[in-house]
Design a protein around this ligand. Structure first.
Ligand code: HEC
Length: 180
């Protein structure tokens, strides 16, 4: 009887630990990011000259402000306004996107104008980081298209899905790179 009871309680314990694991609201990747944030810092250090680092962080604060503005416009049903903020401040044609475009993707002849800070940044960024940056700017342009469609249909569902892809790229880059 005692033995049966032990087996029974072990089975119950195993069942509960399994369901606790299965119900973990974080998926594996998020869990690993959470662990990295709580413990050792596994991000790659990128060395920018001091003014470029300041410029990047200023850009970043603008990215967050833009995202915040987009979210309030979306929640107020001002979808066209959300699209405008996304294209002007985060999209592929925004000034900040220049830093993530290589000479080939920017489509501009190299000597057409003096290189500004955004332009020079592409030369300091590791390719992986630049690609995530490009993916974020592209996602913002895609969002703008969906938000304008939402302005016509009145249904923001696809626009919100597109917006979450923008935020995913912010998270992806922050999980892998640091400049200070
Ligand atoms: C291609 C990479 C990349 C992408 C994409 C990116 N960031 Fe960043 N961001 C960084 C890096 C690198 C830092 C500096 C982190 C560090 O050194 O600790 C940073 C820092 C920040 C900061 C802190 C700024 C400060 O003054 O310290 C904010 C806020 C921020 N990012 C917001 C965003 C938002 C919002 C998005 C998406 C819309 C975004 N970032 C997308 C790379 C990125």
């Amino acid at each position: 009887m005692r033995k049966t009871l032990t087996i029974f309680t072990t089975a119950i314990a195993a069942f509960f630990s399994f369901t606790a694991y299965a119900q973990d609201p974080m998926d594996h990747k998020q869990h690993m990011q959470h662990m990295a944030a709580a413990g050792s810092d596994t991000r790659q250090q990128v060395n920018f000259p001091p003014e470029m680092r300041q410029h990047t962080l200023t850009n970043m604060r603008d990215h967050l402000e833009a995202l915040s503005g987009i979210l309030s416009s979306m929640s107020a049903g001002k979808f066209a306004k959300a699209a405008q903020v996304a294209s002007e401040r985060l999209g592929m044609d925004s000034p900040s996107a220049e830093g993530c475009k290589s000479e080939e993707t920017s489509g501009k002849p190299q000597m057409s104008k003096p290189m500004n800070m955004d332009h020079q940044m592409s030369q300091f960024m590791p390719e992986g980081m630049r690609n995530i940056g490009l993916a974020m700017h592209q996602a913002a342009s895609d969002f703008a298209v969906e938000a304008n469609k939402a302005g016509k249909s009145g249904n923001p569902k696809l626009a919100l899905a597109a917006l979450s892809k923008v935020a995913q790229q912010c998270v992806a880059c922050h999980a892998s790179y640091k400049v200070q």
